[in-house]
Design a protein around this ligand. Structure first.
Ligand code: DQA
Length: 145
């Protein structure tokens, strides 16, 4: 049986991982994270593809693609999390998504505590660093695979 396709979709500014506020987001670059998650996926029997965009329309297109493929999504929408009803509407079309935030959004500025994505998420992982993505993939492998 071929491995189940899972898309890990990262939103704005996450391409700057490694140099962006490392005290909050850590030292791992997006390229390193992507390579690591493909490996994690392989170990879980998942075919993981990692993408990052700073463009909302592109993210919406990827969510439509995931919906058409029936592929579960690990979604870190960055700041769109807090206000983009367009991303939320597109995410609602996906079979299932796990919302991930590297930082503990509840321990930061007030605007980060609200997510327009959480109500329809299969699960939410915050504050576990980039390890949160591994947890999300493990959840997908265990429950949705
Ligand atoms: C983030 C938290 C958001 O508030 C922020 O805008 C990000 C990253 C996180 O992974 O902790 O870009 O989603």
């Amino acid at each position: 049986m071929s491995a189940r396709k899972v898309l890990v979709l990262n939103g704005p500014n996450l391409g700057r991982l490694g140099t962006r506020q490392p005290e909050i987001y850590g030292a791992v670059t997006h390229t390193q994270l992507a390579e690591h998650l493909v490996e994690t996926g392989r170990g879980l029997g998942l075919d993981v593809e990692v993408r990052q965009t700073d463009h909302e329309g592109e993210m919406i297109g990827w969510l439509h693609e995931a919906a058409d493929l029936g592929a579960p999504v690990v979604l870190n929408a960055g700041a769109w999390t807090h206000y983009s009803y367009a991303v939320a509407d597109a995410a609602a079309l996906v079979t299932s998504y796990v919302e991930v935030h590297i930082s503990n959004v509840h321990a930061r500025e007030g605007f980060r505590a609200h997510s327009v994505l959480s109500a329809k998420a299969a699960g939410i992982i915050v504050g576990c660093g980039v390890g949160g993505y591994d947890l999300a993939l493990a959840h997908i492998a265990a429950t949705l695979g």
